[in-house]
Design a protein around this ligand. Sequence first.
Ligand code: B12
Length: 213
Amino acid sequence: MTDQESLLKRVKRAVLDGDGDKTIELTKEAVSQGLRAPQILDEALTPAMDIVGEEYENGDRYVPEMLISAEAMKSAMVVLKPLLADAGVKARGKVVIGTVEGDLHDIGKDLVAMMLEGAGFEVVNLGAEITAEEFVKAAKEHKPDIIGMSALLTTTMIHMPEVLDALQQAGLRDQIKVMIGGAPVTQGYADKIGADAYAPDAASATKLAKSLV
Ligand code: B12
């Protein structure tokens, strides 16, 4: 195993252990050793969250332990955020993004927001548990080119069509592209509810957003 591989493994371990300080320290070390932000995300941080999810599903981990690992991942994202930005890119367009009502998972959505910012989009991140009314209010206020919706629960993705309906009723649907994502969401679901686009991860969400504006 190379030094870099072993470092990525230690970052992953620190997230699994929910050790925020260690996660920050090792993420900084990985950056200083020349590892790129997308590689740290794809080979250490995101796989750690997948394991956390599996352990939770198997009953080997409970919600509080899921939460401390999530916090550790978030602290690493703070370190990586400036590295995901391309310096000097002109604003490509505006995106309003949020996690739907009843759903407080925000790590993936924040990652998408960061990558979009890095690609030169102006991003208004509404946070999590955003109702249809709040999406519409933000659409009126910020006049985005794109609205991004995230859902991580099968029980909350059903709020996505409500947001589409609310935009339609407010007369805004024709002016704004809607892209959706989150672990249980699929292209088939996007087609079914009439969203304009779906992306499975933050990198493809960025490409997709570029193609939408
Ligand atoms: C961390 C976590 C939590 C944390 C969330 C902390 C936070 N601030 O986000 C806490 C502990 C709070 C939590 C709570 C719960 N959780 Co939870 N959680 C997870 C976990 C382990 C990781 C999610 C994550 O951050 N992944 C890492 C990110 C980077 O990936 P991602 O979110 O998928 O995002 C990527 C893509 O989906 C996409 N994407 C995401 N959003 C968007 C948006 C757009 C527009 C686009 C284009 C793309 C896109 O790009 C992202 C980056 O590449 C998952 C398991 C898993 N592997 O998904 C379970 C999981 C989602 N949770 C689950 C459950 C059941 C719950 C609870 C109901 C548990 C409980 N009994 O209380 C609660 C629900 C709380 C609520 N009301 O929302 C289940 C959901 C099952 C289901 N299918 O419905 C999962 C799948 C675990 C499991 N295997 O059972 N959870």
